[in-house]
Design a protein around this ligand. Sequence first.
Ligand code: ARG
Ligand code: ZN
Length: 880
Amino acid sequence: MTLANETTADPIRLSDYRKPAWTVATVELDVDLGIDASEIAARLTLHRDPAQASPLRLNGEGLELLSISVDGQPLAPADYRYDGSTLEIGAARDGSVLETRVRVRPAANTALEGLYLSGPRETGFLLTQCEAEGFRHITFFPDRPDVLARFTVTLKADRERFPVLLAGGNPAGAGELPDGRHWARFVDPHPKPSYLFALVAGRLENIERDYVTGDGRKLKLVIWSEANVIDRCHYALDALERSMRWDERTYGRHYDLDVFHVVATHDFNMGAMENKGLNIFNAKYLLADPDSSTDDEYRAVEAVVAHEYFHNWTGNRVTCRDWFQLSLKEGLTVFREQQFSAEMNSPSLKRIEDVSLLRRAQFPEDAGPLAHPVRPQEYREINNFYTATVYEKGSELVRMLAGRLGTSGFRRGMDLYFERHDGQAATIEDFLSALGDANDIDLTTYLAWYAQSGTPRLHAKGLYDAHKREYTLTLSQQTHATAGQPHKQPLPIPVKLSLFGYDGKALPLHLDGHAAETEKVVVVDQATQSFVFRNVASAPVPSLLRGFSAPVVLECDYTPAELALLVTHDIDGFNRWEAGQQLATLAFENLRSTGDTAACSAWCEALSALFHNPAIDDALLADLMTPPGEIEFADRQSEVDPAKIHAQRQALQHRLAQHLGATALLDRYQALAAHTSQALDADSQARRRLKRRVLELLALLDADQAHALAAHQYQNAPGMTDRLAALGVLVRDRAPQAAAALADFRQRYADNPLALDKWFSVQAQIPGEPALATVMALENDASFTLKNPNRARALLGAFASTNPSGFHRVDGQGYRLLAERLAQLDALNPQIAARLATAFNGWQRLEPIRREAARAALKELAQREGLSPNLSEIVANVLQ
Ligand code: ARG
Ligand code: ZN
């Protein structure tokens, strides 16, 4: 389809990659900082690839050029051309020194890319965000990840207004200047791409700790924030130290500078950024304290701190050749973080959390018009490719490789990867070769996983021959066509499996005469394959894809009794949960199609037995008692009615609550509530998680009683986990006690933006019709602003992306509200607008009335004048 203002520029293609014609050996930046205007003087020593003839072309986005010279000679206007995004210079030769001076305007930068101001202009601080292409908003440079240069950065500023001056690398001097100004210099000994450059300047406090690496380097870890939140940085500092020790222990990787700085900001487009030696964090993923952070948020802080730290090796020491290779650093680093978090907390709970996220965020992406391979073939706006596919599916691909090689084989492969590519910009092929070569295995078949989009469906069928005592398992795979990829290849799918007897015991597996373990991995790499197990005494129940051994959708015609057997007997927490999810899905689908209650009864009975089993972990029980979410249920349907799905899912939970009974629920709630510790240990977290789930189920049975308990829990909560859980129940149920609790929360956290974000989100998640009016009223709250990404996401993101029954109104008003706000937001911050617009993904599978309303809202948005390339790309793609 053609849109009035569709971007006409050609996309950037992986197949067009060429080595840079010009590289930069050293860069000296002299930055004179000011809130309204900052001046950047850059001195680059250039090298030319003799094999390429192109003139010197540098990126520079909207820069005000003050002066320019080559080899000391000022250039006349005829000697160069600058069109606002590319600077072309004829006079440069191999070895030339280019000097430029530019002016940029931090306070006017609402896109939060390049150099910008965080906070009010009187008190806020300056900082940078360069990944992916922000450096070109700061100075002229070949702004691509395969140009690695040595950086020397000198910052100059008014001492009173900017007492703290930070840049990546090692400190290399500081001093006074006339007129109350001062300077500080940083030298980074490790050549790096421009996207890893960062600076920070302003009034900041710090906490610090000495650290000695396993290989004997003494350094300082320093966390910086504005004064009023510095007390909330201690948890992150501990998490940083744990991450560093873990990477030393697990991968033999040590930190490599004299100081590691981490800075918190409330104004950030993403979660955090791994700038060399100067990580910058969205405060949401750095600050934590019991009064304002939930247990989940503590774990998220630990995970993101680890993720950014791990990038120092997977991302910084070995970086990406081009942005198509983004998953080389992101998928791998997510995987490393998942391994770390699993070790720090409960492995099965972590796996449950990650697989749920994959299903909620990545599967729908892979099933609709935004589908793209983990390594895309082309893009227009790279910032639109920081997706669940590149990150979470990318991590699943690394997990499959790691599983194939085993713990020591994977470590060998990683060692070789670092040995070969340290200081380089690498590709996914390089990664697979290193892993393969270190183990004498050819892993190139896995490249197909990086190139093919769409979630494979794995169909399983078992046949038992009692006479031969043989069980034949036939596995077939199929991937539906996705945008731009009509034909799909079979992929290598590792299927970890066990067979259970009807007594609930795992059977020894006799496959091709191999030894008889009870768990085995088979790899399905054809369209259809059969595996014959011998010596099987009776018809078994297969437990497939254990630990979620591949990112696929499993289709297996289990009977309810078979799934119930797995829920009851599987000793592995993840698989037990997974069987419960499958049984809940069967129950849900049977109830809505034929009204058949057999699966529902089996689900309720299996869960009821676990509910009364003291051996089971409270957190796992809470997750077991939570059916798949509305988005996951919708993902399986072709004509989605989100209001119906909400009602049907509630009905399913109501049956579970009824089966457990009000008395048992209440007793359990009270037993759990007797523990008032707000400690963060696994047992305390688990009790809070189960307490919330029990309260939610009780609210379905006896609303008055549950609301009274919730109001009491709200008032007496020792920490945010219990407080927010109680508030959630009251608000979602629109209980009479909700208004008072909300007013209290609003006042209590008036000066705490991260806590206040939760106040917005919890209200944006009210199910059904009332959500829209609530959201619109909240837009008028004095503390609401589209300028702050966290706040915009807390209200509009929570509404559009996490509240299907509220957003997908049959009258289309949810869609029109979002479209309107996207247009407004786009004028301020295109990255955030584009991200929020993905909430429209999946509109083609809505029932006809909503589908038409969504299409109309999207079309109207697409036709507006002057949309950013970011938002236009998402809207155009989602519309097709
Ligand atoms: N590399 C960052 C991470 O750790 C993400 C930053 C991406 N930023 C952006 N504007 N696209 O995941
Ligand atoms: Zn990352």
